[in-house]
Structure formats: C-alpha cells, structure tokens
Design a protein around this ligand. Structure first.
Ligand SMILES: *Cc1c(COP(=O)(O)O)cnc(C)c1O
Length: 405
C-alpha cells in the first residue's frame, strides 16, 4: 500500500482543474479513502461525511457485508447483458419486489434512468390500459422537483440552472405546487397517466410536504385512475426512518423509483418496482440497458435489500434523526433560520447575515465536516445511517462554532 504524497495530491487537483468539465463546483478536498462515516484526504486529514453521496452511501463507506457480496461476485461473473440470463438478477428482483410488496422489478443503472423508465411505463400504461388517445398522455409533476439530468427530465424542472438552454423540452408534463393535493386534482384530466412526485423533496432542501399530502395524492390517483409514481431515489431505503418515505403516511404508490443507496455505495443501480398490471405493459425489446441488471449490481443490490429486511437501519435512522433534530433546533435563531428534519436527513437554512450555504460548507470542511449547500442558503445533511450519536453531536458543535463566526 503506497501512500500518495503531497505532490501527488496537488497533481490530482491540478489535473482535475485542467481536464474535467466544470459541471460541478466541488468543495476543495481530495478524498482518497473512506470507512464507515469517515473519509480521509490525500494528506491524511479525516472528515465526517454528512452528505453520503446524496444518500447513495446510506450504509457508509465500505460496509463489510456489501463489500463481501461485491468481492465474491467480482471474481465470479460481472456482466452478461440482458441477452442472456444471469444467476443473480432473479434473486435480486425477488427480494426487492418483496421489500416493496410489489410483483415486478425493472432494473436500470442511474436514478435518472429509473425516472425515464417510470415515465415510459406510465405512458404505455396510459395508452394500453387506460385508453388515452395516442400521444396525448400527460404526467403531473411538482414545482421544485429534482428527478435527474436527462433532456426529458430537465424539461419539467423549474430550477433555471438545471433547465435553461437545454431545450427544446419534451411535451406532456404539467407542474403544480408541491404539497398542494388540490392542485394535483385540478391538473388531472382524461389524458393524465401519472402523478410523479418525490415524497420529500431532497435537492430542493429536504422539503417535507404537509401531513396528509401523500395520503391525499394516493386517494386522488385511485379515484381518477392515474398512477402514483413515488421517486424514492433519495428519500427511500431507510433514510427517513422507514423503508420508504411514503411509509410515513402509510401510503403505497403504484410505482416506486429507487436508486442511489440501492447500489450500496459501490455502483450505480436503480429500479422501477410495480405490480404486474402496471409494469407488465412493457414488452420484450421496448426498453433496456446494457448494464441494467448486471450480476455484479444484482449481487450488491440483493445484499442491500437483505440488510433492509430486518428494519435495523430504519430504526437507527429514526432514533438518530430525533436526536439530530433536537440538536439542530437549538441552532434556530443562532445563525439558522429554519430546520427541516425527516429521519436522518436535514435541510438547514442559513441566516444570510452569517453567510451563504457554500461559505458555511467551506468552513465546516476546514473543521472536518463534509456537507453540501443547495439553492444558496440551505445546507443539506444526510449522514450515513451507521453514524454514531456522539459523531452527530460533534458535527453539530462544529456547525455551532462556524455559525458563531
Ligand atoms: C439523485 C436523484 C435522481 C437522479 O439520480 P442519478 O443517479 O443522479 O441519475 C432522481 N431523483 C431524485 C429524487 C434524486 O435525488
């Protein structure tokens, strides 16, 4: 094991600046190792990772059980394409379907692909089952949404940075205020195939809808024969203290979109999960992905699902979330204007008098805490679900010091 030198570290940074497209503006830290809730930079400085790759690292860096599944599969078989069957995919699909209490799983790679797949499924269902006139199907979405970065998806984003200059945009989307079930009902007509929402809006700053919203959306969708599609890519898989964020209101959507943590922090793995009367509309050849459902991803995904079966991580997220919420609420009025917490997931609005979210993130970085700003004044934290209460306390103390200037 060779330790990279300081010169090498600088070299990496310089190379990144010279040859990487600037589609991100990363904080100035070069991470070289990760274990559990902690990462280490090239110079050996340790940081508590409170972002968890936007919830893709729900189980922390290098969780031994997930690593073991990956190593075992890596040596045996990694890729077949879906032209052939492989001996892992069926097991993964069976386990994930059971976790979701649904019939079928369609595996893809990235979250955006799961969303795209969900839209295709909804449209095909709209024409073939609901009887919508050809090319007339619409999907109702929510203002402030984040569903990924493909050309179709950015077309219905209202974030100018995500949206502007990437048109022409796909037709067939109607956007209404988030948290307003009546607005969804008003937007539905005979051509509506689906309502696509995040049960909690992550990128928007962990925006939690009013209690009863998800139940109302569920009822409206059932009444009007419209599919309820829940984008649980960031909110799901234990993050909010339940397996899915929809569980908080006892709601079962028609379609789950999953990603991020499904890949165990090791590889991209996403899935669309629904019952046969919905997902069964897709016929052979109509949709696919070269890497989707590959045996390495399936082995990792199977282990992730097994880890979620006992409820241990969900319980942990719920308990630690309450702990975190109490600590963060103490900061309101002292450099923080508002805090929104769901399980182990928080949006913290920074008082502009203290600085921007980015400035707070940079100061926290220098104190060994990794967070990410969003939309100017908000910092979002999503610690690995394996984090300790004492580590959260320490991190909140660093935030208190930064806010005090
Ligand atoms: C991250 C995210 C996506 C997109 O996932 P990618 O893997 O980055 O394509 C979609 N929806 C939500 C809610 C997300 O947080």
């Amino acid at each position: 094991m060779t330790t990279p030198t300081h010169t090498q570290a600088l070299r990496v940074i310089t190379d990144a600046e010279d040859h990487l497209a600037e589609n991100y503006n990363p904080l100035p830290v070069v991470v070289a190792r990760g274990e559990g809730s902690w990462v280490t930079d090239l110079e050996g400085k340790r940081y508590l990772d409170l972002l968890s790759a936007y919830s893709a690292l729900n189980f922390g860096h290098g969780h031994p059980a997930i690593l073991a599944a990956a190593h075992e599969q890596l040596d045996r078989l990694t890729l077949t394409s879906r032209a052939f069957q492989n001996d892992r995919l069926g097991l993964f699909a069976e386990a994930l379907a059971a976790l979701c209490d649904k019939d079928l799983v369609l595996p893809m790679n990235t979250g955006a692909e799961a969303v795209e797949t969900g839209i295709k499924v909804a449209r095909a269902w709209g024409y073939r089952v609901k009887g919508i006139a050809p090319d007339a199907a619409t999907v109702v979405v929510a203002n402030g949404n984040f569903h990924g970065r493909t050309t179709t998806i950015v077309g219905f984003s209202d974030d100018p940075t995500a949206h502007d200059d990437f048109g022409p945009y796909s037709a067939g989307f109607v956007s209404v205020p988030f948290g307003d079930a009546a607005a969804i009902e008003a937007a539905i007509d005979e051509n509506t195939a689906a309502v696509l929402i995040e049960p909690i809006q992550g990128e928007a700053g962990v925006v939690i809808p009013p209690e009863g919203y998800l139940r109302a959306v569920r009822e409206i969708c059932s009444t009007h024969n419209v599919l309820m599609i829940a984008d649980e890519i960031q909110a799901g898989l234990g993050r909010v203290g339940t397996t899915f964020a929809c569980d908080r209101e006892g709601v079962v959507p028609d379609v789950y979109l999953l990603g991020k943590a499904l890949g165990g922090g090791i590889l991209p793995l996403s899935a669309v999960v629904a019952d046969r009367d919905v997902l069964g509309v897709i016929r052979p050849g109509e949709h696919g992905s070269t890497f989707g459902g590959n045996p390495l991803a399936a082995a990792v995904g199977l282990r992730v699902v097994e880890m979620l079966e006992s409820g241990e991580f969900q319980t942990r997220a719920a308990a630690l979330g309450e702990h975190l919420e109490a600590r963060l609420n103490d900061l309101v009025g002292s450099g923080v204007t508002a805090v929104r917490v769901a399980g182990l997931w928080a949006g913290i609005d920074i008082d502009p008098g203290v600085g921007t979210g980015r400035e707070v993130a940079e100061k926290l970085l220098s104190r060994g805490v990794l967070v990410k700003d969003t939309h100017g004044q908000t910092i979002r934290i999503a610690p690995p679900l394996v984090v300790r209460a004492t580590e959260l306390d320490w991190a909140v103390e660093q935030l208190r010091v930064v806010l005090a200037g």
